[in-house]
Design a protein around this ligand. Sequence first.
Ligand code: FCB
Length: 442
Amino acid sequence: MEQAMMRFPQGFLWGTATSSHQVEGNNTNNDWWEWEKEPGHICGDHRSGLACDWWNRAEDDFDLAREMGQNAHRLSLEWSRIEPREGEWDDDAIARYRQMLAGLRERGLEPMVTLHHFTNPLWLVEKGGWETEAVVPLFERYVTKVAEELGDLVELWSVLNEPNVYAILSYAGGRWPPGKQNLLLAFRVLSNMLLAHGRAYQAIHRLQPRAKVGIAHAVRVFDPADPSSRLDRPAAWIPDYIFNRLVLIALIEGVLAFPLALNRKVPDLVDSADFLGINYYTRDMVAFDASHPGELFGRRFYPEGAEMSDGGYGEVYPEGLYRLLKRLAAYDKPIYITENGLPDEDDDQRPRFILTHLAAMHRAIEEGVPVKGYFHWSLVDNFEWAEGWTLRFGLIALNVETQERTVRRGGQLYGEICHANAITQDMVRRYAPEVLDKIFPG
Ligand code: FCB
C-alpha cells in the first residue's frame, strides 16, 4: 500500500533563518554589544562574544544546511559593519558578505536578506537612532549601497525584521537597548521604521526592478479569554490591531494609521511588499483587566494545560499558524514563513513542533494560501538577545566554548522533510508517533 504523504509545492523554499548579531561574533560596533556589557541586561550576564563565529566560518554551517537538503537561507547584514562610521563604507565587510552570499548560492541555497535585524551602528544611536525621521534617509543610503554592491547575488529582500517587536521591546518594554519605557516613543519609532521600509522598497526596486522586496513581520494570535465576553473581545482586538495589523496596513495601503499617525498617507509605502514574510511563534490569551492600563487593559496569559516550550517562551500552538495564514491570504500576496521555531535544548518537543506546524502550513496551502517557503528559526543555537545563551533554538546544538556542532533529532527530521519536499507517515512514526493520528487521520 502506498504510504500517505503530505507533499509541498514544487520549488518550495526550505531554509532556516539567522541574524547577524546572533551568529557572527564580535559585532563590537553596535548598540547590543554595548548593552551586553552592563550587568543585569542579559540573563546570566551572558555576552554574544564570538557567537557562532560566522564571520570566520559561516560556510561550515552552510554546508550542514545543504546536507540537510535545504535550498534557501535567510540571513541579515550588519549595518554597523558595512557603515562603521557615518558615510564611510567598509569594503572588507562588504567583500565578506559577497563571499557568504556567493557561498550560499554555490551550495544551492537561495538567500533571503534582511537589512535591519534589531542592531544599530553606534554612530546612528548617537544621532537618536530610530527616534527621529532623520534615520530615514540614512537607512535609504545604506540600503542603496548594499543593493549596488550585493544586489546581483540577492533577489529576495526582507528589509526589516519585526519592527513591531523592536519598537515595543526597545522603547516601551525597556528590556532591549536603549531601554526606554515610553509607549508614544515606541509608536514614533515604529512609524520611522515603516517610512524607512517604504524608501528602501523604492530604492531596491530602482536598482533591481525584478527583486522581491518584503518584510519579516512578527505575528501572534491574540484570543479573548472568554470569546463571549464584551470586555475580553476588545481587550484582544487591541493588541491584534497594534501588533499584527498596523504594519500590514502601512505596507499594503500606504497608511500610517492611528496611533502611529492620524492616518497619514505615504506614497512610498503604498503596496510596498512584493511578499509578506511572517515570523510566527505563539499565541496569547487576553482577558480584560482594568488594572493593566500599561498593557492597554489586557492581561495576557497562556491557556491552562497548554503545551509550553522551554523557558516560558510560549504556548506551542500550531493551529495559530494555519489561522494566521488564512487571514493573510486576504492580502493576495505570496507568503513566506520567515521564522518559526521554539527553544528546546533537549529536543524533546522540536520534532513534534516541526511536524505539527508544517502540517498546519500544508493545510493552508491545500486551501489555496500562496505560501512559497518556510525558514525555521534557527539553523544553529545562537545568542538569544536578552535571554543570552539560555534559550536554544537550533536545529543544530552549539557548544559555545568549543564551537562544536551536533545536529539534533529535530534537525535530522527537518533534513528528511527538505530532501523529500514532503512529510511521510513513516517520518511521523519515527519522530513523533504521538501525533500520527492528528497529522494523518484515518
Ligand atoms: C524573533 C527574532 C529572532 C529570534 C527569535 C527567537 O523574534 O526575530 O531574532 O530572537 O525571535
